[in-house]
Design a protein around this ligand. Structure first.
Ligand code: SF4
Length: 258
């Protein structure tokens, strides 16, 4: 069953990667809106989330943010990170840059030690103000699942025919390494098509891409819940460690979640 977030502010929840995480959902409460339709998406397929496509307005988001963060502070709830994720791609929200500014103000007031993180598929980096907004947060966590255009299309199913990994790579160069690169590793079948992120040619291309971009950290992870494409399976921590070895040797910090 798809995991959906029916509030703007949710949690905090214990995150495998981010600790005690207060979640922010800028997407529809009862649907899903994303520029990808990843075969592993915990929110399910885009087609199953079209019953609600309305995004919350700026004022509603800001009021919910302040209410949620202030309530946690009053109740003494511990928060390690305030995380933008939710039912789709957060940077699609038309007021994303202004919402980030407001979040940073609230974080400084109520939880100055907490980090602000954004989980993004990096497809909107070319839109005005998006890169700048992401560069203000502590953890811009930006996804590239493969350096291979074909494999990225297979796994991420971009909605636009114009998506290309190479154009995302160019946008990512703007960060000069000050971002976290996130990559999903999995294997299985999509119909007759074999899918395996650990194939040597794919690993080589991905490693070269990471070495070109030199992000300050790489997050490698695998399936945690049952994906919408049920024929997929996990990659082991040991396999991801072996893939990460040349990056670690090159001085890049790698976090692996199995
Ligand atoms: S980018 Fe994230 S939200 Fe969008 S389909 Fe992929 S996993 Fe789901």
């Amino acid at each position: 069953m798809a995991l959906r977030f029916d509030h703007i502010v949710f949690g905090p929840i214990k995150s495998r990667r981010l600790g005690n995480s207060l979640g922010i959902n800028l997407l529809p409460r009862n649907g899903k809106v994303c520029t990808f339709d990843c075969i592993y998406c915990e929110c399910g397929w885009n087609a199953d989330g079209r019953e609600d496509t309305s995004l919350p307005g700026f004022n509603e988001v800001c009021a919910s943010l302040e209410e949620g963060i202030a309530r946690c502070s009053k109740e003494g709830v511990s928060i390690d990170t305030i995380t933008f994720s939710g039912n789709g791609e957060p940077t699609l929200h038309p007021d994303f840059p202004a919402i980030i500014d407001r979040t940073l103000e609230l974080r400084d007031r109520y939880y100055p030690q907490a980090k602000v993180s954004v989980l993004s598929n990096a497809t909107q980096l070319g839109r005005e103000g998006i890169k700048e907004a992401l560069s203000k947060v502590d953890n811009p966590i930006l996804k590239i699942d493969s350096a291979s255009e074909d494999f990225a299309r297979l796994v991420d199913r971009p909605v636009s025919g114009h998506y290309s990994v190479s154009s995302v790579e160019k946008e990512l160069e703007w960060f000069q390494g000050d971002f976290i690169l996130q990559t999903m590793f999995l294997r299985g079948k999509d119909g007759l098509q074999e899918i395996d992120s650990t194939e040597p040619a794919l690993v080589r291309e991905w490693t070269e891409l990471v070495l070109r971009l030199r992000p300050r950290e790489v997050m490698m992870y695998t399936l945690d819940r049952v994906p919408p494409l049920k024929t997929l399976g996990k990659v082991t921590v040991g396999e991801m460690e072996a893939i990460a070895a040349p990056l670690v040797a090159a001085g890049i910090t790698v976090q692996i979640k199995g």
